[in-house]
Design a protein around this ligand. Structure first.
Ligand code: NCD
Length: 307
């Protein structure tokens, strides 16, 4: 059974096909209105979420399907001590596909091994978040018109930010990509991402603490929130949380066609004064996420022979 746990579970060709399907959905939504009729998506969210859960649910409704949902850890038998594997087996009896978010790294993988239906990882701890990356990729494609020859600045909590890890993995597979990794010393990209992805593939990258010096060369600036829930103590969080705040002033040396991205939720990282700047793309990412999740649900249900 095909599941998507990591963005590299999808080949570059498949990513391009998903983007093509998403663009077709945008152009011809009526074609897709009933393709998942009588099929059910289960959203199992054991961690807070607004965009990811609601966009999965909106995606399934727009495909003509139905949704069943666990929207918090306390609301399911997980609170009684049920294992992820048992939960996945159980939900396989009720639904056709699962989208799961869990605070533990590897939880979605465990679920996919136990389930008899496709499982989509909607975020596992500080590890991966492949469907946010699908939203990011479609945004990059629609803003830039191409996926290669880009200098991508990633800024903020690069240690615990799972969207960053998945995006590095995905963009490293396109041609002539360069990363500028901007973070406080304590929140650098984990060494497994540097070793297994960037160094292994010979992708050029620069690590810095200084956003403003890096700004002029960036084609994309991907801001992230400091992940409070993954810190061991509140003091460190409070010290680091406002390390980077993007203001109009800091954009004065930026390219005119810079794409400013953020997976959201934002706390303080981007001043609301930037929201009206034509380079701000973060609410476009939100919408693109729904279309890419529609494309992914369709793909996995087709491959499973469900539709
Ligand atoms: C992200 C996440 O959950 O990792 N949110 C999202 O899904 N768009 C980013 C975050 O929480 O900071």
């Amino acid at each position: 059974m095909r599941s998507v746990i990591d963005i590299v579970d999808l080949s570059v060709k498949e990513l391009d096909e998903l983007m093509k399907t998403a663009c077709d959905i945008i152009e011809n939504p009526e074609k897709y209105q009933e393709v998942c009729k009588h099929k059910k998506l289960a959203t199992l969210f054991f961690e807070p979420s607004t965009r990811t859960r609601l966009s999965f649910e909106a995606a399934m409704y727009e495909l003509g399907g139905n949704v069943i949902s666990v929207s918090s850890a306390g609301a399911s038998s997980a609170a009684k001590g049920e294992s992820v594997a048992d939960t996945a087996k159980t939900v396989s009896c009720y639904a056709d596909i699962i989208a799961m978010r869990h605070p533990k790294e590897g939880a979605a993988l465990v679920a996919s091994r136990a389930a008899t239906i496709p499982v989509i990882n909607a975020g596992d701890g500080g590890h991966n978040h492949p469907t946010q990356t699908l939203a990011d990729l479609l945004t990059i494609y629609r803003e830039k018109g191409h996926m290669d020859n880009l200098t991508i600045g990633l800024c903020g909590d690069l240690k615990f930010g799972r969207t960053v890890h998945s995006l590095i993995n995905a963009m490293s597979r396109y041609d002539n990509i360069r990363f500028v990794l901007i973070s406080p010393e304590e929140l650098k990209v984990p060494s497994y991402v540097k070793k297994d992805v960037l160094q292994k593939k010979g992708i050029p990258y620069l690590q810095t603490t200084d956003l403003e010096t890096a700004m002029p060369e960036l084609d994309i600036l991907y801001m992230t929130r400091v992940q409070r829930e993954r810190f061991f103590n509140e003091e460190d969080y409070l010290r680091l949380k406002d390390s980077y705040i993007l203001t109009p002033q800091k954009l004065r040396n930026a390219k005119d066609d810079l794409a400013i991205m953020h997976p959201l939720p934002r706390v303080n990282e981007i001043s609301i004064a930037i929201d009206d700047d034509p380079r701000a793309c973060y609410f476009k990412q939100v919408l693109n996420g729904k279309y890419m999740r529609m494309a992914l649900i369709l793909k996995l249900l087709k491959e499973a022979g469900t539709i």
